[in-house]
Ligand binder design. Structure first.
Ligand code: IPM
Ligand code: MG
Length: 370
């Protein structure tokens, strides 16, 4: 197991820089508390990289990432490209390219709910109690990366999978299921797609080596319904790239805010941690973004380096903030805790103890509390 000495930080676009700044405060506090000396090196990616270099993923950024033990990414995307179907260079190309360049074939997205926040979800609380699952999304294959054709009046995106691409992520998913509630659900469209039938064949065959894991299969259309109707049925969910993208945004609705969901992407040589949410350009610069997804992604990073004490400390501090009402406005409009203050509060909790945040009294502003 590698040690965590160097982190590459790619803040990206929109709210990316703001949420990553809070994660950096958390890393700084963890460094102080546990005596680590972790170096940070920054790189450009996304629209900001296009503006500065003409390339959404400059070679310099790839080099910085390859030299680092882990990568923290903010978000990518800028609306000026979304509404221009003729744009040939797009910020998202930077994200897809970094996944491919670094071979980050497995994207892990845990869906865990906080009891105090169940009322934020449009789904009734009775359906949400006990929901706890984890999505394993294939990240470097499928329709995202298949051959593309574009003519004036015709376009195509090919969905291709090799058995080895399915096997390596399925192995991780089976092993994760073994450490959890021993259930694996494969989401596909095997009633229509050849590539899905390959997923089913490979996973079914592998299932024989995991007799202790219950294997279930759902078609994507049914699965999107099941996420709403009976999300408690899921433990580990395994999907191709595109279906994982769909299921993870939908799953965020259960948690109450897309701003809560972290993710980790791993491959043979690199590890990258980023929130599930996008660049949320409408909120950029307003100091209202929820940094929890980025901060919990940072906790996932520590856990992957066997630094459970550090990961536990961060997750506990996030729970303390939520319990005491220190939340950004997407979670609690009454608290008005700005994004930047959330990182300060996290630092205080990590360094000064769990009871540092006191509940907000009437007429008290957030600056009086921290
Ligand atoms: C995600 C995002 C990306 C994806 C976009 C921004 C290219 O939606 O990470 O889920 O589709 O993978
Ligand atoms: Mg997505």
């Amino acid at each position: 197991m590698a040690t965590l000495n160097k982190i590459a930080v790619l803040r990206g676009d929109g709210i990316g820089p703001e949420v990553v700044a809070q994660s950096l405060k958390v890393i700084d506090a963890i460094n102080q508390k546990y005596g680590h000396d972790i170096t940070i090196e920054e790189g450009l990616i996304g629209a900001i990289a296009i503006d500065k270099t003409g390339n959404p993923l400059p070679q310099e950024t790839i080099d910085i990432c390859k030299q680092a033990d882990a990568i923290i990414l903010g978000a990518i995307g800028d609306p000026k490209y979304d509404n221009d179907p003729t744009a040939t260079v797009r910020p998202e190309q930077g994200l897809l390219a970094i996944r491919k360049e670094l071979g980050l074939w497995c994207n892990i997205r845990p869906i865990a709910l906080h009891d105090q926040l169940v009322d934020l979800s449009p789904i009734k609380a009775e359906y949400l109690k006990g929901v706890d699952y984890i999505i394993y999304r294939e990240l470097t294959g499928g329709i995202y990366f298949g051959k593309k054709e574009k003519r004036d009046d015709y376009s195509s995106d090919l969905c291709e999978y090799h058995a080895y691409e399915i096997e390596r992520i399925a192995k991780l998913a089976f092993e994760a299921a073994r450490k959890r509630r021993r259930k694996l659900t494969l989401i596909d469209k095997a009633n229509v797609l050849e590539s899905s039938r390959l997923w089913r064949k490979v996973v079914m065959e592998m299932g024989k080596s995991y007799p202790d894991v219950t294997l279930d299969y759902l078609f994507i259309d049914n699965a999107t319904m099941q996420v709403i109707l009976n999300p408690r049925q899921f433990d580990v969910v395994l999907c191709s790239n595109m279906f994982g993208d769909i299921i993870s945004d939908e799953s965020s609705v259960l948690a109450g805010s897309l701003g809560l969901l972290p993710s980790g992407s791993i491959g043979d040589t690199s590890k990258l941690y980023e929130p599930v949410h996008g660049s949320y350009p409408q909120a950029a610069g307003l100091d209202i973004a929820n940094p929890i997804a980025s901060i919990l992604s940072t906790a996932m990073m520590y856990r992957d380096f066997n630094m459970d004490r550090e990961a536990d400390c961060i997750e506990q501090a996030v729970k303390t903030c939520i319990a005491k009402g220190a939340m950004t406005q997407d979670l609690n409009p009454d608290t008005e805790c700005p994004c930047s203050h959330f990182g300060d509060i996290m630092q205080s909790i990590i360094l000064d103890g769990a009871d540092y945040v006191k509940p907000r009294a009437q007429n008290e502003t957030y600056s009086n509390i921290i």
